[in-house]
Write a protein that binds this ligand. Sequence first.
Ligand code: EPZ
Length: 450
Amino acid sequence: MDPSTASDVLTVNGGAALSGEVRVRGAKNLVPKAMVAALLGHGTSVLHNVPDISDVRIVTGLLEAHGVSVTRGDSTDTLIMDPASVERASDAAVEAHAGTSRIPVLFCGPLLHRLGRAFIPDLGGCKIGDRPIDFHLDALRAFGAVVEKRPEGLLILAPERLRGTHIRLPYPSVGATEQVLLTAVLAEGVTELSNAATEPEIVDLIAVLQKMGAIVSVHNDRVIRIIGVDRLGGFTHRALPDRLETASWACAALATAGDIRVVGARQGDMMTFLNVFRRIGGDFEVDDNPGDPSIRFWHSGGPTHALALETDVHPGLQTDWQQPLVVALTQAQGLSIVHETVYEQRLGFTEALNRMGAQIQLYRECLGGSACRFGQRNFQHSAVISGPTKLHGAELTIPDLRAGFSYLIAALAAQGTSTVHGISLIHRGYEDFEGKLSALGADVELGAAR
Ligand code: EPZ
């Protein structure tokens, strides 16, 4: 969408404490991948708790282009996927999705098993670093696939049935781990993946694959073992709740001195975040009601505290929690340090916060905690935040999904009016966020103020 169109702009009048209830549905970083898994099965798959976000629409389009029927169930958050008539998509239909998302690369394994061929368009996704796919391609080659780079995308061929293999990832990449899982389950023989990522969304994907008939075991020390099978069926699954969206609402409660109950949120996947939230000075209360769990987040009333944080792979502090926490830390007393170790360029969004009155200084050195991969590579990947600072409204352009929602939090915590451009990026991962913000008492309006 053109960032200048009225529907892509949100006017935010800051200053109100957000208060009330919002619902989170299935995780953006699981749902599209479970949809790709449906392509591996010979039966119909049913996925519950599906959010209405643009990443889901992109994967729906790609599945349909490959002959998979995708329909909504009686409940609108249920998707029914029938891969009975899988066929080769036209290159044009695939290319239409170029630059929209990272998910298309995960179609490789399922398409190679079903059709012996996968055409993958140029990838999109958030611009938070280089985001190469070398681990993915090396893994596919290890299974026996042949990768041809073409100007319009990647053509990947499986001259014969893919074979199980031993792979050691150079870094515990979420996407590459999913690539290996989605390929190994139908490969011949055993695959052993070392240095795998073990995020809760990956464990949920493994649960989906197990329901389909796959044999996957997760061992100590980041080793995942997959015994390939000849055939998989469909699945019925309820996606785990979105722990990243939940944390965003928690930080909105903290930064605006508000009180938000996030219905659908689950404590188990968020313990690292909850510890940080409490140490900063936020309060929370977990309701384990099995039918409808929730976590209520609020500002404790006293001063909030500066902190040293370092992002890491699970079970460390998730990198997608970093941006909303940085906004909350602009209101904390003292000097906070944030060391981003997962993406080399995920602190650029702080420049706009400084224009709003924050005091955030970026450094190339690894500050606080351990030395990381980026320390010697000239990337500004550490931040020192002095707080508390009074924020004021500004004209903002959203650079990526999580930074985008964090700009909204900053605009809500600020005095005055902000104009936020490019909000369609937030629709990639936050269902009906404008409606939820209004329900919490935020003064927001689509379009620029007149
Ligand atoms: C997933 O991205 C998520 N995206 C990201 O969320 C999340 O931040 C990230 O995992 C880390 O948890 C989706 O699930 C769609 P990675 P992914 O492979 O899989 C390097 C959001 O806003 N790397 O774990 O692409 C890479 O550059 C998004 O919800 C290679 O070098 O992340 C990065 O530094 C943003 N070569 C690190 O590994 C490769 O082939 C981790 O990336 C692959 C990755």
